[in-house]
Design a protein around this ligand. Structure first.
Ligand SMILES: [Zn+2]
Length: 480
């Protein structure tokens, strides 16, 4: 979604530049050969700027604000100013689940004092047409304002939390979507308690309290933390990476230096598979505390991940980090068609999580080996562990990797009777496919080529992939 927006902007501008009228305008300003390039550029800017501004002013968009109305009461106050409404009614929807954590949470259960008003402050009477979707009559209205308090009292990967010295949320819990407008950009203005700082996976602006997102899917896939925490910045391929550790002082400087060096090597090893890092910045959020629900472990996002670490030990933490970082491509960008785009209103079943999670398990270990952080023996132990995990499970005889993927919503973070996992099933299949393709092609191709083809042929073309698409690519690279 982000790529499509950027591409659209580029095309829009290049179309304008080629317009005869803009060239004519530039030519009129030409004063001499030496100043032609500068004058042409100035002319284009003069010509384009008012049009671009007018377009932004007129376009539908939502400006959100997030403040902490009560630290003791664990309450965020959230507003959404919906502007430039052109339709007679609008549907506003709050997500029910967090992508990557396949459990319906119904975030409306945490909402208090929900109201929608018009520009004069008059209450509107929205109709609730689904469990978390409101239909608002907007005939004759150019803008409306939605606001509510949100109880944030659970520190977990798919929940929001306000504690005495920090607050954490991912956009998915707080930001409503205007149905039909998910491609529109938005901004978020934050208001913090005195002495608190902020870091977000959202895009920074010149105002340190304002962040932006190119579209709704980017907006809700970005965690933000406020309060007291440590930040260590490092560069990979010229792009800023931030390691955020909470609580402050939980992770020593020596550990941070060691861990960031490891993270940089993992990022470089994985980037080389795909030909570069697909974001402008990356944020690693690490909590050295216990999660307050079953949603512990780690969770991937578009240009960040969040993890709980029980022990501040870089050698242990890097295994999780490598897995989560590979999700930057596999599932966040290379995504099963059933989740393209995500449907936030209900479960999104897909038979392909054995690829999204299993191949990520495999590549998490491959990347550690390629980065020089695990030796051959340690890599083989990870393979052996995955084989044993599936071989010793009798459910493998009647639950396929595809079926365990579809049924994940039955018990993603709660126990079920059949304990087969598409993580290990897919990890084994990834290893076997890699070996098979390498064997068939005399080492000329491998699973790297399959992953790169999925990235180029599907994500880069703004679509998800199906099982048939995957098989076709595997067959393409299996021919010597
Ligand atoms: Zn994963």
């Amino acid at each position: 979604m982000q790529i499509r927006t950027c591409r659209t902007m580029r095309e829009r501008f290049s179309n304008r530049i080629l317009k005869p009228s803009s060239m004519g305008h530039a030519a009129l300003l030409r004063k001499g050969p030496g100043s032609f390039i500068l004058t042409l550029a100035t002319g284009l800017i003069l010509f384009l700027a008012p049009a671009a501004n007018a377009q932004r002013r007129d376009a539908f968009h939502i400006d959100y604000t997030v403040s902490i109305s009560s630290v003791e009461g664990h309450l965020f106050h959230v507003t959404a100013d919906v502007k430039n409404i052109k339709e007679p009614h609008l549907e506003l929807s709050l997500p029910t689940w967090t992508p990557g954590w396949y459990t319906v949470e119904n975030y409306f259960k945490n909402v208090l004092r929900f109201k929608i008003t018009d520009a004069t402050g008059k209450w509107l009477q929205p109709e609730m047409i689904h469990k978390q979707t409101w239909r608002v009559e907007t005939k004759g209205l150019d803008s409306i304002k939605l606001e509510f308090d949100y109880r944030a009292n659970v520190l977990a990967l798919n929940q929001a939390k306000i504690s005495s010295d920090y607050a954490f949320f991912t956009g998915i819990e707080l930001f409503v979507m205007a149905v039909g407008h998910r491609a529109n950009p938005s901004s978020v203005r934050f208001q913090l308690p005195n002495g608190w700082k902020i870091i977000s996976a959202l895009t920074e602006t010149r105002d340190p309290m304002v962040f932006t997102a190119a579209d709704y899917d980017t907006l809700v896939d970005a965690p933000t933390e406020m309060g007291k925490f440590d930040v260590n910045q490092f560069q990979v391929e010229g792009k800023p990476h931030y390691l955020v550790t909470t609580p402050a002082a939980a992770f020593t400087k020596d550990n941070a230096d060691k861990f960031t060096a490891m993270l940089a090597r993992v990022a470089a090893a994985q980037s080389s598979i795909f030909g570069g890092l697909p974001y402008d910045k990356y944020v690693y959020f690490y909590f050295f505390s216990r999660p307050e629900s079953n949603a512990g472990g780690a969770l991937e996002h578009l240009n960040s991940h969040v993890a709980f670490a029980f022990s501040p030990n870089p050698d242990f933490m890097i295994g999780t980090a490598s897995h989560e970082f590979f999700h930057t491509w596999n599932v966040k960008r290379i995504r099963p068609a059933e989740m393209w785009p995500y449907d936030y209103s209900r479960e999104n079943e897909t038979p392909l999580l054995w690829v999204s999670e299993g191949f990520t398990n495999y590549y998490g270990n491959v990347a550690l080996y390629r980065a020089g952080l695990r030796n051959r023996q340690q890599f083989l132990q990870s393979v052996e562990g995955a084989i044993r995990g599936v071989e010793s499970n009798e459910a493998r005889s009647y639950i396929s990797p595809a079926n365990s993927s579809v049924s994940t919503w039955v018990g993603y973070d709660t126990p079920v009777a059949f304990g087969i996992s598409y993580y290990t099933q897919g990890q084994n299949l990834g290893a076997l496919l890699d070996l098979s393709i390498l064997q068939d092609t005399g080492g000329a191709s491998g699973l790297d080529d399959v992953m790169r083809a999925l990235y180029m042929d599907f994500y880069k073309k703004d679509k998800g992939f199906t099982t048939e698409n995957l098989l076709a690519i595997i067959n393409r690279f299996s021919t010597a």
